[in-house]
Write a protein that binds this ligand. Structure first.
Ligand code: SF4
Ligand code: SF4
Length: 80
């Protein structure tokens, strides 16, 4: 199961430089993990000050791919 970054992310960027496969990038609302490249090493979770990266199985949605698009869509709805 790949890791994904939840909405607690404060976009500090610490995780992106720690990822051994460089699969974390800055997104619109938060940093996002490319789930197809994540090797589940947990380095991002270790350095995150707010514990935003989580193993996917802890997500409420078992089909969550970790790309962050759906979370951003939810945020966009709240802004309407
Ligand atoms: S678990 Fe490891 S490989 Fe996956 S996003 Fe985090 S640092 Fe990168
Ligand atoms: S280390 Fe945590 S708070 Fe910082 S960008 Fe990564 S997920 Fe977001």
């Amino acid at each position: 199961m790949a890791y994904f970054i939840n909405n607690d992310c404060i976009s500090c960027g610490a995780c992106a430089s720690e990822c051994p496969v460089s699969c974390i990038a800055e997104g619109k609302e938060k940093y996002v993990i490319d789930a197809s490249q994540c090797i589940e090493c947990g380095a991002c979770a270790d350095v995150c000050p707010v514990a935003a990266p989580q193993p996917e199985e802890k997500s409420n949605n078992s089909k969550h791919c970790g790309c962050g698009s759906c979370d951003n869509a939810d945020d966009a709805k709240k802004d309407e």
